[in-house]
Design a protein around this ligand. Sequence first.
Ligand SMILES: Cc1cc2nc3c(=O)[nH]c(=O)nc-3n(C[C@H](O)[C@H](O)[C@H](O)COP(=O)(O)OP(=O)(O)OC[C@H]3O[C@@H](n4cnc5c(N)ncnc54)[C@H](O)[C@@H]3O)c2cc1C
Ligand SMILES: *[C@@H]1O[C@H](CO)[C@@H](O)[C@H](O)[C@H]1NC(C)=O
Ligand SMILES: *[C@@H]1O[C@H](CO)[C@@H](O)[C@H](O)[C@H]1NC(C)=O
Ligand SMILES: *[C@@H]1O[C@H](CO)[C@@H](O)[C@H](O)[C@H]1NC(C)=O
Ligand SMILES: *[C@@H]1O[C@H](CO)[C@@H](O)[C@H](O)[C@H]1NC(C)=O
Length: 538
Amino acid sequence: MESQYISSMLALLFAAFLSLSSATSPQENFLRCLSFSSNLSSPIARVVYTPNNASYSSILESRVRNLRFWTPNTPKPLVIVTPLVTSHIQATIRCSRKHGLQLRIRSGGHDYEGLSYVSQVPFVVIDLINFRSVDVDVENRVAWVQSGAILGELYYKIAEKSKSLAFPGGICHTVGIGGFLTGGGYGLLFRKYGLGADNVIDAQLIDVNGRILDRQSMGEDVFWAIRGGGGGSFGILLSWKVKLVPIPPTVTIFAVRRTLEQNAIKLIHKWQYIAPRMPHEMYFDVSLNQVNSTQDGKKTVVSYFIAFFLGGIDELVPLMHERFPELGITKKDCIETSWIESIIYLGRIRNQPLEILLDRDFQTPLTPPSFKSKSDYVKEPIPEIGLEGLWTRFSEKEAESGVIYFFSYGGKMDEIPESSTPFPHRAGNLYKIIYNVGWQPQENINSDKYISWIRRTYSYMTPYVSKFPREAYINYRDLDIGTNSEGNITSYARASVWGRKYFRNNFDRLVLAKTMIDPENFFRHEQSIPPLCKKHGH
Ligand SMILES: Cc1cc2nc3c(=O)[nH]c(=O)nc-3n(C[C@H](O)[C@H](O)[C@H](O)COP(=O)(O)OP(=O)(O)OC[C@H]3O[C@@H](n4cnc5c(N)ncnc54)[C@H](O)[C@@H]3O)c2cc1C
Ligand SMILES: *[C@@H]1O[C@H](CO)[C@@H](O)[C@H](O)[C@H]1NC(C)=O
Ligand SMILES: *[C@@H]1O[C@H](CO)[C@@H](O)[C@H](O)[C@H]1NC(C)=O
Ligand SMILES: *[C@@H]1O[C@H](CO)[C@@H](O)[C@H](O)[C@H]1NC(C)=O
Ligand SMILES: *[C@@H]1O[C@H](CO)[C@@H](O)[C@H](O)[C@H]1NC(C)=O
C-alpha cells in the first residue's frame, strides 16, 4: 500500500513537472534535457554557456573568423556547448532534436558565410575547441587528428617528430581540421599529393542517433561523402586518420611583385599556360591587389607571383628560366627554407617562433577582419583583354582591400578521378580563382558597397570561367550561388542549383549518402545536402 502511494505521488509530481516544462522555452527545455543526461564523472554544466554566463560572448566571438557576422543584429545561439567527452556531444544532439533546435557545428570557425555560428532559426552551437588532440605515428606515416585542432597544431606536432613528413593542408594555420577536411582542403602540397581529403584513410563520425561510427561501420558511401561533401550535412566528425606525406628537407619560395609597367598583364596571361604544366613539386599562384602608387599616390594595381617548390634553388631557377623566362626569376628572388618554415613565411608571420602555429587566436594578415569571397574555375586561358578589365575593376574605390588569387591546378589534381571524392574540380581545370573583398568591422554598416563590388567583378568574369555549371569551391562558401531556404520550391530542387556548382555530378551521390545517414535532415543549414525524400517537413 505504502509503495503504491509513493509511486502515485511520484507520478503526480512528474505530471506537474511535465506541465511546468511545456510552459517553458525551448532553450530551458533543452537545458533541462542536458542536465538529465549529465554524467557524474564529467558533468555537462561546466561546458554549457547561455547568454547569462559571463564568458558566453567571448567564447562565441573567439571563433568568429569573419566579423561581417559579429554585429548586434547577427542572430546568436541560445546555447553554446564546448564538449569535453563524446557523451556531451551525444546529449547535445539528442536534446536539440528533442526540442526542435537547430544545431551548428564549429571547429575553427572559418566558414566564409559564418554557418558554423549563425542561423536564422533558434539554434545551439557545438564548439569542438576541446576536441583537438593530435597523435602522430611517424613509423606508419599516419596521424589521428581531432576536428577541433587547427592546421597549425597538426603541422607543429608533425614537425616535432619528423622533418621529412608533412600534411597537405593550407597556409593559414588557424583553419580548423573539421571544416577543412569536410570541404576538401588544398594548400602548398596539393599539386603533389592532392587535397587534404584525398589523404584521409579513416574517420570517426557521430551520427544523428549518437552512434560513433568509423569507416567500416559508416560504410563507403558515407565515408566518401564526408571527404569533401561539405561540413554540417552528415553528422559530427570527431576525428580523422590521415596519411602523412614525404617532403625534402629543403624547399624554395619566391614572391615577386610585377606592376603594369613591368608587363604584369602579359605575364599573367602567360602564367595561365605555364603554371598548370609545371612539375608536381611546384605550387604557383598569382594575385592582384590595389596599392597607392609610390610616385603619385594614385590608386594602381600590382600583381604578385608566389611559388613554393619541393627542392632547392639550384633546381628551381633553371626550371623558371626554361619555362617562364619572362618572369625573370633569379637566385636573389628565392629563399630556401623548410616546409614548416614556409607556412610561417607565406602566412606572413615572419620572425615568429614555430609555436605561433599553436595560436588559434592569431589574426591572420591574409584576410581582412570582415570580408566576402567568391570563387571560380578556369578551363581556358583568359585573353589579355579580359585581364585588362579586371585591372579596371581593381582600380575602383571599393576594391581598396580587394584581392584576387589565381591558384594553379594540374599535377596530381589532374590524376585523381572526378568521382574519387565529392570534390569534382580535377582534370580540365587550369586554375581556381578566389575573389576577396574586405573592410574594417566599423564599416560593417556599409558592407553592401563592398559586396556589390565583388558581385560586379564576378559578373564581369562570366564569359571567361567555367559554365553549366559555373563551378565553385565549397570551402569558399558563397550563399549568392543558392541556398536551401523555403519557398514553394522543394529544397532538393533549390539545393541542386548550388550543389552542382560545388559538386557537379557528385551531388547525386551526396544526396544518397545523406539519405542513408540522416534521412530526416537533422543536420542542416543553408547549403547542407538534402535527403532524397523528407519524412518530416522541416
Ligand atoms: C583566412 C582563411 C584562410 C583559408 N585558407 C584556406 C586554404 O588555404 N585552403 C583551403 O582549402 N581552404 C582555406 N580556407 C577555407 C577553409 O578551408 C574553410 O572555411 C573551412 O570550412 C574552415 O574550417 P573551420 O573548421 O575553420 O570552419 P568552421 O566554420 O568551424 O566550419 C566550416 C563548416 O564545416 C562545418 N563543420 C565544422 N566542423 C565540423 C565537424 N567536426 N563535423 C561536421 N561539420 C563540421 C561547419 O558547420 C561549417 O558549415 C580558408 C579560410 C580562411 C578564413
Ligand atoms: C561518462 O564520461 C566518461 C568520461 O568522462 C566516459 O568514459 C563514460 O563513458 C561516460 N558515461 C556515459 C554513460 O556516457
Ligand atoms: C553557466 O551558468 C549556469 C547557471 O548559473 C551554470 O550552471 C553553468 O555551470 C555555467 N557555465 C559555465 C561554463 O560556467
Ligand atoms: C592609400 O591611400 C589612402 C589615402 O590616401 C589610405 O587611406 C590607404 O590606407 C592607402 N592604402 C594603402 C594600401 O596603403
Ligand atoms: C510559388 O509558385 C507559384 C506558382 O508556381 C509562383 O508564382 C510563386 O512565385 C512561387 N512563390 C515562391 C515564394 O517561390
